[in-house]
Structure formats: structure tokens, C-alpha cells
Write a protein that binds this ligand. Structure first.
Ligand code: BEZ
Length: 252
């Protein structure tokens, strides 16, 4: 899940990532005094929201620029650069929280094993990320636009969008009790008239990595134009997000 993020574009145009994370915090139900890990903390807004409920939170993220930004904004909190597949903690925590991160981790079993190890017996794992069918229209338009311009299919496989059955099975194979798991459509409003272009610039670079950089702006415009009739409504762009949301417990 190596990435170099544009933290300014992320904070200015993609604040929905953490604004829509509030429901996952409700699922986590942090309690005062608990120790909680925020896995994939980005620029730290949800880490801070969990800490505001009285928990002691550590935020980790694979991207050093995100972690630097988080630390600058919330100097009182604890952040570190770490990979979901390999992180370790000095001591086990009461809960692991993760919002909009685990779709970047293709090695899902590795991440689940680390989460298991990070939890105390009785600890819980509350997460939301892209599920099966996430961004299907955007990805189809991207593939079509590449073909229209004479490029072959992208070989990039940057995202993991599992079904509920697949992900719950992986959790159970690890030993978790899956208490709640659902897959739902969540069309997600994007910011501004270039919302879809900005989303592509922020998140979909790897699908264009084999194409000269000077062609990217035009490609992004063409993808956005293809999607206008489906993903632009009443002056607003939407991303066709579909989320998987889970709550699982490590038995005592
Ligand atoms: C998502 O939140 O579903 C997502 C974000 C960036 C890239 C892919 C998926």
C-alpha cells in the first residue's frame, strides 16, 4: 500500500473521508480510558474525534506525509508511520478502528492477523472501507476511456473490495466473532465542479501510471465527461461508493 499522498488536495477537497467516518466511530463506541488504535489515520481527524470521547488513541498510517500533517494538527496525540500488514504495538489495545483504509491493503489476511495480535482478548475491531462493487462506474469509465484512446487495460490492482461473505470468512478464519457486517451503497458527494477529476487525481493515479503524465489531465476530463449523466446530479458530483462495515470481537 505504498503511496505518496498530496495532503493539501486531501484536506481541501476530500474532507468527506473523515466527515463520513462518524458512523464508524458510533459502531466502535469508544469508552473513556480505553486504548484504541486508529489504523490508517490519514491526517488525524477521526483519531482526534475518538480521543475527544476520552480514549487514549494512537494513529498509524503508511504514508509519512499524512502522519506528519496529523502530528502537526494534533500535537497532543500519538501518531506513527506503520504498515497495516506489519505493524506492531508495545501493548495490546481494547479496540482497533479503521475508516477508508483497508481497501488499500490487498493482503487482507496479513492485516487481519496484525489486528488480531494488536487486540486484547475481548477487544473489538470496527471498520469501514470499500466493498464489492465500490466505484464500479468510475472504474468502468476509466477502462473505457483508456480503450477509446488506444491504451490497453491497466495492469494496476491497487484496491481490495471484498464481499461481506469473503471478508467475514477471513475474520472468522483468524478467530474473530463477526457481530455485524453489511454492504451498502453510499453515493458520496464530491467537492466542486471538478469533483470527479479531483477524485481521480487524488486516488486513481496508478491506473494511469503507464501513460505519459502530460496526457493525464485530458484523460481525467474525458472520464469525468463520460460519467456526467450518471454521477452528476443537481449541480453535484458523486462517487459511487459502496461500503463494507464490520464489527468483530476477539473472544476472551
Ligand atoms: C474509497 O473510499 O472507497 C476509495 C477511496 C480511494 C480509492 C478507492 C476507494
Amino acid at each position: 500500500m505504498e503511496n505518496t499522498w498530496n495532503t493539501d488536495l486531501y484536506q481541501q477537497q476530500h474532507s468527506f473521508v473523515w466527515q463520513l467516518g462518524q458512523d464508524v466511530i458510533a459502531l466502535l463506541a469508544p469508552q473513556p480510558g480505553e486504548r484504541i488504535l486508529d489504523l490508517g489515520c490519514g491526517t488525524g481527524q477521526l483519531t482526534a474525534a475518538i480521543a475527544a470521547q476520552g480514549a487514549t488513541v494512537t494513529g498509524i498510517d503508511a504514508d509519512a506525509a499524512m502522519v506528519a500533517q496529523a502530528q502537526q494538527q494534533y500535537p497532543e496525540l500519538d501518531f506513527a508511520v506503520a504498515d497495516a500488514r506489519t505493524f506492531t504495538l508495545p501493548e495490546p489495545v481494547d479496540a482497533v478502528f479503521s475508516n477508508a483504509t483497508l481497501h488499500w491493503v490487498n493482503e487482507a489476511e496479513g492485516a487481519i492477523a496484525q489486528i488480531w495480535t494488536a487486540l486484547k482478548p475481548g477487544g473489538r475491531f470496527a471498520a469501514e472501507f470499500g466493498g464489492q462493487g465500490n466505484m464500479a462506474q468510475v472504474l468502468a469509465a476509466l477502462a473505457e476511456t483508456r480503450a477509446d484512446l488506444g491504451y490497453g487495460p491497466s495492469q494496476a490492482t491497487p484496491w481490495y473490495f471484498p464481499s461481506v461473505g469473503e471478508y467475514a470468512t477471513l475474520l472468522e478464519q483468524q478467530g474473530f466473532e463477526v457481530r455485524f457486517a453489511t454492504l451498502f451503497d453510499r453515493p458520496t458527494p464530491l467537492t466542486g465542479e471538478t469533483g470527479l477529476v479531483d477524485w481521480l487525481q487524488m486516488f486513481a493515479g496508478r491506473f494511469l501510471a503507464d501513460i505519459p503524465a502530460e496526457a493525464h489531465p485530458d484523460l481525467r476530463q474525458k472520464i469525468q465527461a463520460k460519467l456526467r449523466s450518471r454521477l452528476y446530479q443537481n449541480g453535484q458530483w458523486f462517487a459511487d461508493y459502496r461500503r463494507i462495515r464490520v464489527l468483530a470481537v476477539k473472544p476472551d
